[in-house]
Structures are given as structure tokens and as C-alpha cells.
Design a protein around this ligand. Sequence first.
Ligand SMILES: Nc1nc2c(ncn2[C@@H]2O[C@H](COP(=O)(O)OP(=O)(O)OP(=O)(O)O)[C@@H](O)[C@H]2O)c(=O)[nH]1
Ligand SMILES: [Mg+2]
Length: 278
Amino acid sequence: MSSWEDFTPSIIKPATYVYKYRHKINEFLVKTRVKLKFSVSPHILVLGRGGVGKTVLLDHISDEASSKEWQLPDTSTTTELKTAELGEWYKIIAIAPGQNTLERRKAVDDALNTKNNLQGIIYLTDFGYTEIRHEGLKDELIQKGLTDIESIRKKNLDLEFDEFDLFLNFLENSILNNRGPKWLIIGVNKIDLYFDHLSEARKYYDPECNGKFRDRIEKLYSQIGRHKLEIICLPVCSLNEPFSWNNLEVTSKINSTMLSKNYLKAFIDQIGLLLDKK
Ligand SMILES: Nc1nc2c(ncn2[C@@H]2O[C@H](COP(=O)(O)OP(=O)(O)OP(=O)(O)O)[C@@H](O)[C@H]2O)c(=O)[nH]1
Ligand SMILES: [Mg+2]
């Protein structure tokens, strides 16, 4: 029979190894599952209109954007799955396509009402600087008189609010059925384009201020109860790409890449904190 001294290395060592490398093991398992599309149940769902920057932002959060081959993405037509180290563990993130298609409805319905791992939702907005990639739609809007930046921003903000309103209806039903996420981040993206009007953007989106989004969120809370969902609003950007409309251009107001990176880092840290909350 072996002594306790012999017993320690042979039996305890494998368990110690598993503990020591638990994060690597978790990374491997999560990435393999996503790669093989094997029973994937996202921890985070990302929503927002087409062109607000969901794919770009999540490519930065998942670190895919650091690859030399990385390029600006086209319109996403299917649900994208990413993995990222957020908080203590690797998490699965699903990005629903921004276009109002059956695919998007399915992604939202799956995450809210079918799958069981959803912890949080990131609802991405961009203060009206939404890229419109469909040439026909661009021409149509310009023909209708939306010729300057302010008029297209106003249109984008109206459409964004209507979609947010509809989404909160889905969320309300899901939470009333004892499902849905624990938290919601309203991500205010592309702050580089309006860094000089950041407080205006905050007033508009942040439920702690007195804007349009807060009123809609209060309506949701009146139905579900405040304790059912934590909602926070955070500024972010991951690129300094000019916004163009009808031969007019808005360029970045941030002249330090470190400053942009700090906003991105704070955004990622905040997701981690929310995920680690019990
Ligand atoms: N200035 C600036 N532009 C950005 C930023 N992020 C994204 N963009 C611009 O927004 C465009 C759209 O970004 P995407 O990530 O493809 O948008 P999306 O939300 O995934 O759109 P869909 O796939 O159609 O749902 C990019 O091509 C960039 O031009 C940012 O942080 N700052
Ligand atoms: Mg996309």
C-alpha cells in the first residue's frame, strides 16, 4: 500500500492540473463547441440596427480584429458566433443580423425563449451615425430630401428608437415568462464621431438621465419590476472611420488611439463585471 507521500503526487496532481489550467480548458471547450456548432447556447446576445457597428465591435472584443487579414465586414446576413474572454471565463456571443429578417427574429427568439444560457444583452446604438450600405436606399432617402448629415441622423435615430421599443416588448414577454437576460447594456457606439457632444448622447440614451430611452425603460420596469433586469449605458468605439453621407463627411473627434482603446477596455471590463455577478 502506498504511503500518503506517494499518494499525493499521483492522485492529487491531475486534479491540481485541471484546476491550474481550468481557464485554458474552458477556452478550448467553448471554442470547439462554437467551431463545431455543437449545441451552442450564447451567454450574450448582441442586437442593434444594421450598420451600427456590431460585427466590428465584437471582432475587437473577441480579438479577431488584431489579425493582419482582418478587414471591415460587409452586412451580416446570418447570426455570427464569437468567443471572448470576458470576466473569469470564455463566453459565447451571438450577433443577430441588423436587417429585419427571419434570421434576426430567430436569433432573438432562440436566445430569449429557447436556449438556457443567456446572461446578458448588448443593444448597440450609434447616435444616428448608422452606415447605410444599400445604394438604392441611399438614393431614395436623398431623393426624399434627407440631404444633410443632421436629417439622416434624425431619420436613423427615429428608426433606432422604433426598433428598441419593439425589442423591449419582446424582452418584457420573455422576462414575464421567467426567462430572458439578467442585464442589458445600451452600448453607445462610434463616440469618436461625436466626442464633442458626448453629454448630449448620454442624455439621450442613459436611463440615469432624462431622455427618450429612459422613458421607454421606465415603462418596461413598470411591467417587470426593477429588480428583474439591470440596465446600464456605456460609450464605446473601436475604429476611427469617417461617416459619409451624400458627399458630406464627419471625421473622428478623438485624436488619440489610446483614448479610444480606453473606452473599449472599460466596455469590456464592464461586461466582465456583469458576467461575474452572481
Ligand atoms: N467612426 C466609427 N465607425 C465605426 C465604428 N464601428 C463601426 N463603424 C462603421 O460602421 C460600419 C458598419 O459596421 P458593422 O460592424 O459592419 O455593422 P453591423 O452592425 O454589424 O451591421 P449589420 O451586419 O448590417 O447588422 C463599419 O463599416 C464602419 O464604417 C466605430 O467605432 N467608429
Ligand atoms: Mg454585422
